[in-house]
Ligand binder design. Structure first.
Ligand code: TYD
Ligand code: MG
Length: 457
């Protein structure tokens, strides 16, 4: 090394999928258990001993402020022309914010952003930086989607320094970088897509966004066992993290807020992929409910609440005699351990055992349920399938099931019941704590306190 070998470049190993860092190489990441995901990351001696952190030396000039003395400008939010995208962003795009949009390849990230940017370009200065598609491809797509893209500015480039230089000339108000894994910085020698490149490129873009007030969207591919660093290694650096959910085969695309410095998390935006791009779905309950005209065993309607909106979804269960010594417990859209726990509660407090049965539970439409209010629906769907008896067609349920067999109340019961009534449901089984104070018109509410009462019904 230049300094007589005393100050060597420090190296550590960083996991490509979760970003955890280790002093030694290993075949498997002990944080996220991904195999072969650790890559060497060199910290240049200059950086380790000052460099970017040279500010420490000038710390005398750092200023401490009283909170009250901080001048609050009005947080400038611009609507994005899509109510569903605004919802997940927490009410619109914030000036100078950095939004990371992650998702599997081909799920619709570029489509969503080109649509949004083209519509915004009518009133704002926009810049679409693409490291994946040629300007011709982008233009063709915009034409096919019939977007008002005349004023949309394009930049095919993958070097962050050049992108920022171009952006400084163009002064865009909104900028898209598609995708962060194709970008590289001249400061580092590692290949584009490696953890260090992706992080450094993001750091520079974040810095640019804060300095210039440009709102920046970063596209990040979620990779399976891949050679690219996943977007998770960037989550802590950006203001807002959105992930695409949903099955590749399904027409619907859900966008969930994972992190938001300017709004609520877990907010869900619902879109449908059509031949004219992504169309927003403003009444998602209606689509997740498209089911058979007749009541069938194993199907229950749950009122869940994702973010700030109640949502009606169908929970299906199939209980079937198992040929295996260890019967299967399979869940799609729900947590598997939760199912095992619920079946144990059912056995212990309800006397109904399913230890010789395979149990499959699915949430229709590719929605992932993250709250415990689904417990009661899962139990009732499984029971209905086991006994081969359909539940009432106009019935909705929600409620958490405790380990002692009690049915616990969940937040926002009123709002859930109102959503059910709005969609024409006639009966609701809910925890006692969620019983409304007044009668609800057209909706019979049955309040239950424990598992025994549920079994009676
Ligand atoms: P894309 O936005 O390119 O995915 P990503 O950027 O996340 O990798 O989406 C591509 C997929 O979307 C592709 O499989 C085709 C489909 N699609 C449509 O069905 N309709 C459309 O109008 C467009 C543009 C794409
Ligand atoms: Mg793309």
């Amino acid at each position: 090394m230049a300094q007589g070998g005393k100050r060597q470049a420090k190296s550590h190993y960083v996991c490509r999928s979760c970003g955890a860092s280790f002093p030694k190489w290993a075949g498997q990441c002990s944080e996220c258990h991904a195999w072969n995901a650790l890559e060497e990351n060199l910290v240049p001696p200059a950086a380790a001993s000052g460099g970017r952190f040279a500010g420490y030396a000038g710390a005398i000039s750092a200023q401490v402020l009283a909170l009250a003395a901080v001048e609050i400008e009005h947080e400038a939010r611009s609507p994005t022309d899509s109510a569903e995208l605004d919802r997940v962003l927490g009410g619109g795009l914030v000036e100078g914010s950095v939004v990371l949009i992650g998702g599997d390849p081909g799920i619709g990230k570029s489509t969503l952003l080109i649509q949004t940017l083209a519509r915004l370009s009518v009133s704002l200065r926009t810049l679409y930086v693409s490291g994946e598609e040629s300007p011709r491809q982008i233009s063709l797509r915009a034409k096919r989607l019939e977007l008002p893209a005349d004023d949309l500015r394009l930049l095919p480039e993958t070097c962050v320094e050049r992108i920022i230089a171009a952006a400084e000339r163009e002064h865009p108000q909104v900028m898209v970088v598609d995708s962060i894994q194709t970008m590289y910085t001249e400061l580092l020698q590692s290949a584009p897509g490696s953890v260090s490149q992706v992080r450094e490129a993001t750091a520079q873009l974040v810095h640019f966004a804060k300095r210039s007030g440009t709102a920046v969207f970063l596209v990040g591919h979620v990779t399976k066992e891949g050679s690219l660093a996943g977007p998770r290694v960037l989550e802590h650096m950006v203001d807002c993290v959105l992930y695409f959910e949903g099955e590749a085969g399904s027409q619907f695309r859900l966008i969930r807020t994972i992190k938001n410095r300017f709004g609520a998390v877990n907010e869900l935006g619902v879109f449908a992929m059509t031949d004219k791009g992504l169309k927003e779905v403003s009444n998602p309950s209606a689509i997740f409910l498209s089911r058979q005209a007749e009541a069938v065993p194993g199907s229950v309607i749950l009122v869940t609440r994702e973010g700030t909106r109640p949502l009606l979804v169908e929970v299906q269960a199939l209980v079937d005699e198992s040929p295996l010594a260890n019967p299967r417990r399979v869940t799609l859209g729900l947590e598997q351990n939760r199912l095992s726990m619920l079946l144990a509660v059912l056995h212990r407090h309800g006397g109904i055992g399913m230890f010789d049965q395979d149990v499959y539970v699915n949430v229709v439409g590719g929605v992932r349920i993250t709250e415990t209010a689904s417990d009661l629906a899962v139990l009732m769907a499984a029971l209905s399938s086991l006994r081969d008896r359909p539940l009432d067609h106009g019935l909705v349920v929600f409620g958490e099931v405790g380990l002692t067999g009690e049915i616990r109340p969940v937040p926002n019961g009123q709002e859930r019941l109102r959503e059910a009534a709005k969609h024409g449901f006639k009966r609701a089984i809910v925890p006692r704590g969620n019983r409304p104070k007044q009668e609800m018109e057209g909706l019979e509410v049955i309040a239950v306190e424990n598992l025994a009462e549920v079994l009676e019904i």
